[in-house]
Ligand binder design. Sequence first.
Ligand code: TYD
Ligand code: MG
Length: 464
Amino acid sequence: MKKRPFIFKCSACGHEEPKWLGRCPECGEWNTLTETAAAGRGGFSGKAGKALPQSFPLSSVDPQEGSRIGSGIAELDRVLGGGIMKRSAVLVGGEPGIGKSTLLLQAAAAAETRGRLLYVSGEESAGQVRMRADRLGIRGDRIEIFCSGRLEDIQTILEAVKPVIIVVDSAQTLHTDEAGLIPGTVNQMKYCSYELISWVKEHDAALFLVAHVTKDGLISGPKSLEHMVDTVLYFEGAASASSEGDCRFLRAAKNRFGSVDEIGIFTMGEKGLSMVEDPSLLFLVRREGAVPAGIAIAAVLEGSRTLLVEIQALAIPAKGSISRVFSDRIDSARVSRIAASLEKHLGLRLSDHDLYVNVAGGIKITEVGVELALAASIYSARTGLPLPAGTAIAGELSLAGEVRPVRRLAGRIKAARSLGFERFLGPPPAEGPGEEAEFAASRTSAGSGELVKDLKGAIKALFS
Ligand code: TYD
Ligand code: MG
């Protein structure tokens, strides 16, 4: 039998280190690191790399490996799949100025660990980061700051500080003597990122890599890091429909440790990013008096939560010989299909009109349950008839003009009611014991939804 490599494990928190330390960098306890066989270290045998590769029974692997650390920011935890996974690397992309540095500084300050946090800034001076920290009300005793993008220097600091969470702001400023001279080239960025990712995998830490992405999205650089990291988050923004501040949305494009359906919703204010008690308030416009034509309220699902959002449509005679659809919050193909359905099943002439569609608050809606509300808003825009006030709508539409059941109907009705919508128009509940029972239960409470089976019936119910 070959001798297995040994590691040092903290008896208080389970944290692992390749070398013995007097004090656990994770929980701060003294003299708790004890030598144990490194079962479960697959692939990584440390820099020495001398030991022969070895496999071991899956059942012998410690499932503790890769446990999570709360980021202290619920919306970030939600998108990550329940907290920051140790030994993982997270790429945080977004346009310059969207709030990436702010988000990660807030997360570093709030992270639920007693370990040390390292903020590596290759873009801003220590003084500038301190100014931001002050503005955010962060004391920053726990955060070590290091301003350089040189890999060799960062590695020296990593060995000295042994952080549990590392933020590198940004990947584009990383460079090394090993890979040519110009910082920011793709090779430099990939080489350095790989080295840092390897470090966190070996040291039970987590890495956040910031990457700037330009307006048209995917520039070649950060895109080439996506396959190297475990999780890819994109931070996007829009002006909110209310006065709470500008909306910011955090979405996962890839997540090895959780779903990619969840989004994090924030507002950017004077004191940084904050969470919103009820995000629907960001997507509903408060109005005195009548609702103008072209507006419908949809009850949609975003991951595990239900949102009420205002869909706005405008139809004007086509400027060119072919009509066009302008819609960047709801997929244009979906808008065209719904318009075709309205034309076919209700005889509403849209093929000679240009259509503009928007969602208040700038959130992108991809869930099918938005379709009936979208149809209602286009119908209203084209005919000039406003929808009745206080009505929320959900439902998927088939090409044949049927209103199809949607998931979690009862939850949507409940969310609409809690925000003061008196009327709810939607499909019958989906088949299946869960959905039907939940719906039946929601019916017993005062006032439930009006159920419609087809587009024609829905439009009739809304506009007559
Ligand atoms: P920043 O985090 O520097 O963006 P990124 O790292 O993605 O480039 O955020 C910069 C913007 O956020 C800047 O326009 C100022 C604004 N901001 C606030 O509105 N409130 C705040 O508390 C902070 C720190 C920044
Ligand atoms: Mg920044």
